[in-house]
Design a protein around this ligand. Structure first.
Ligand SMILES: Cc1cc2nc3c(=O)[nH]c(=O)nc-3n(C[C@H](O)[C@H](O)[C@H](O)COP(=O)(O)O)c2cc1C
Length: 255
């Protein structure tokens, strides 16, 4: 495992005025103010108001944009439940700063504040497990993101069960999560408030009921997403990879 000493002092958790956010998870910003774009109209060079075409899912329209200070607003993101430690002393923390960085070799990352109880545990053991969060796990995910393992056994408190990871030695996965992604840390990169734990994905442990005729049916998992401080169940399917360019199958001609 490599530990980089580079520190870019990247800022996150800042609002428009540049003052520091008080939330310890840094996942909500002061972006509540809307511009007059709410009216769905914008002024053209002749001073006339013009209707614009961008329509949101709820029917609202967005026209002009305001420039805000840079911040970590990418949404939606997964709020995953990261299990770590040993089977005897397992812990969970919730992580929204998490993503895929490479397909082959399969690599992922989580970004952690050094003050987290889990931080030295993951650093010393060199591994962690990303357990995907479902709608029925959202309450537990939130709890694991606001209580520290220093003072509470989060598995017990949330009635979750630690099972042995299928690849990593003496490492807990969360039985109640349908997909557990086992990770071995390769690099720790200090970035500012958070350190990035870059990791190889060494195994993906999938619940039997999500495998139908040999195919993974992740659509049946009831996955949850996180956007700007709020949790959501995934909505209706809008398409699939490449559907925008796929030729429609013709109905067979009637003879
Ligand atoms: C939705 C959500 C997302 C979070 N994302 C992160 C994150 O990406 N990185 C981080 O260090 N803490 C994050 N946190 C905060 C930690 O989960 C929280 O401080 C937790 O209590 C740490 O647990 P521990 O002390 O047992 O390690 C998040 C919390 C919530 C509720």
């Amino acid at each position: 495992m490599k530990t980089s000493s580079k520190n870019n002092s990247g800022k996150s958790g800042y609002n428009k005025s540049g003052s520091k956010s008080k939330r310890s998870d840094d996942t909500k910003h002061s972006f509540n103010k809307r511009s007059r774009a709410d009216s769905g109209q914008s002024e053209n060079t002749s001073g006339r108001l013009e209707a614009t075409a961008s329509v949101g899912a709820d029917g609202s329209t967005f026209a002009e944009k305001q420039k805000w200070k840079g911040g970590a607003l990418l949404s939606p993101v997964p709020a995953v439940m990261v299990s770590c430690g040993s089977l005897e002393k397992p812990n969970i923390l919730t992580v929204a700063w998490c993503g895929t960085v490479c397909t082959n070799p399969p690599k992922t990352y989580i970004s952690l504040r050094p003050e987290r109880y889990s931080y030295p545990i993951i650093k010393e053991r060199g591994c962690f497990v990303i357990n995907l969060t479902t709608a029925s796990l959202v309450r537990a995910a939130d709890f694991c993101g606001v209580r520290s393992g220093r003072g509470v056994d989060k598995f017990e408190a949330m009635n979750l069960h630690a099972a042995p990871a299928l690849e990593l030695d003496d490492t807990p996965i969360i039985s109640e999560s349908p997909v557990s992604i086992e990770c071995r840390v390769t690099d720790i990169i200090p970035l500012g408030t958070h350190d990035m734990f870059l990791a190889d994905i060494v195994s993906v442990d999938v619940a039997d009921e999500l495998i139908v005729d040999g195919a993974l049916r992740l659509d049946r998992a009831g996955l949850a997403a996180y956007a700007h401080g709020e949790y959501f169940a995934l909505g209706k399917k809008l398409g699939d990879f490449g559907f925008s360019v796929r030729k429609k199958k013709r109905a067979p001609k009637k003879k």
